[in-house]
Design a protein around this ligand. Structure first.
Ligand SMILES: Cc1cc2nc3c(=O)[nH]c(=O)nc-3n(C[C@H](O)[C@H](O)[C@H](O)COP(=O)(O)OP(=O)(O)OC[C@H]3O[C@@H](n4cnc5c(N)ncnc54)[C@H](O)[C@@H]3O)c2cc1C
Length: 181
């Protein structure tokens, strides 16, 4: 594993609002755990982002130190592509806010939100979007792979309902469950 300079790590810690988790930290093993427990990758640095502005700092740190980057949403990719060995993990698992504009039928979704976070927020308004079957899957990775679930035959794939990607809040079209629109 590459040894990180303390000074550069301290600068990264000061620059980000989220948490930096390093191999010596007591929560390191817990934070690097993903859905497929057979994956045992050991990142050099995990940046647990608290806001979108943390991301450029994580990228700059990786570039300056010649480190690979991986991105973690819900951590459900079975091959473990959200984790890299000896690199920087940009971990969105603490960014799970879903805000709903029921009138515009738009949900604004942070990249660590799970399907459960999404469904809970939109169903409070009697709305839904086709997402996957398991509530602990991350909506970001699921959408990037297309995304299919209970409502797909009627309303298409999750990606069909992605309006745009804007920084770390992705507007998603939502539908009225009861009216079938
Ligand atoms: C138990 C289980 C049930 C499932 N059920 C379904 C289902 O019903 N329907 C379905 O369509 N799929 C299903 N899947 C597959 C799932 O959609 C994919 O594994 C998906 O990649 C998981 O996304 P994630 O965010 O949880 O995972 P992650 O492993 O965190 O991310 C998956 C990939 O997307 C990348 N990524 C994540 N977030 C971002 C981002 N913000 N920007 C750029 N890249 C990003 C990651 O780097 C990684 O390569 C299921 C998987 C499991 C394990």
């Amino acid at each position: 594993m590459k040894i990180q300079s303390n000074e550069k790590i301290e600068t990264l810690k000061n620059n980000v609002k989220g948490q930096i988790v390093l191999p010596d930290d007591p929560n390191y093993n817990e934070v690097r755990e993903i859905w497929n427990a057979m994956i045992d990758r050991r990142p050099a640095v995990i940046v647990q982002c608290a806001e979108a502005d943390d991301v450029p700092h994580a990228i700059s740190y990786a570039r300056e130190n010649g480190l690979e980057i991986s991105i973690r949403g819900g951590g459900h990719n079975i091959a473990g592509s959200s984790l890299c060995d000896n690199g920087v993990v940009i971990d969105f698992s603490n960014m799970t806010t879903v805000s709903v504009d029921a009138q515009k039928r738009r949900a604004y979704v942070e990249p660590g939100a799970t399907l459960g976070d999404f469904d809970k927020a939109v169903q409070a308004h009697g709305l839904a979007t086709p997402v996957g079957i398991n509530s602990t899957t991350g909506i970001a990775g699921l959408t990037l792979g297309g995304g299919f679930g209970w409502l797909t035959r009627k309303y298409g794939m999750t990606i069909d309902n992605l309006v745009s990607q804007f920084r770390c809040s992705h507007p998603v079209r939502i539908r009225a469950l009861s009216r079938g629109t």
